[in-house]
Design a protein around this ligand. Structure first.
Ligand SMILES: [Ca+2]
Ligand SMILES: [Ca+2]
Ligand SMILES: [Ca+2]
Length: 105
């Protein structure tokens, strides 16, 4: 696990089958917002640990965290990723283009 200087978890590397096949199988990255130290915005999963988050289908995913006023996660929206990250995040988190109605969470 890797942490920022503020002790926010930024990356987690998981070895699911260490005894039979040592080596990372999955990788999570954590993206934090600027509002507070516990402002977790989303996690993204590199489900095949190949270094990208663009494998379509059930392999790579985005987990968008919705939080309450105390920055506790109250809901997680999970979607399979697409090769282009921005539309993927828009779908997962309901983000809109700047200037459109009901924008960022
Ligand atoms: Ca392994
Ligand atoms: Ca991948
Ligand atoms: Ca890939």
């Amino acid at each position: 696990m890797f942490y920022s200087a503020n002790w926010q978890l930024v990356e987690e590397r998981i070895d699911d089958d260490y005894l039979n096949n040592a080596g990372v199988n999955r990788r999570f990255q954590y993206i934090w917002g600027p509002r507070y130290i516990d402002d977790l915005v989303l996690r993204r999963l590199d489900g095949n640990a190949d270094g990208d988050f663009a494998d379509v289908g059930a392999i790579d995913k985005v987990y968008c965290h919705r939080t309450d006023a105390q920055f506790s996660t109250v809901a997680v929206n999970v979607i399979g990723c697409t090769p282009a990250l921005t539309p993927c995040l828009r779908r997962a988190c309901g983000w809109r283009r700047r200037g459109s109605r009901s924008g960022v969470r």
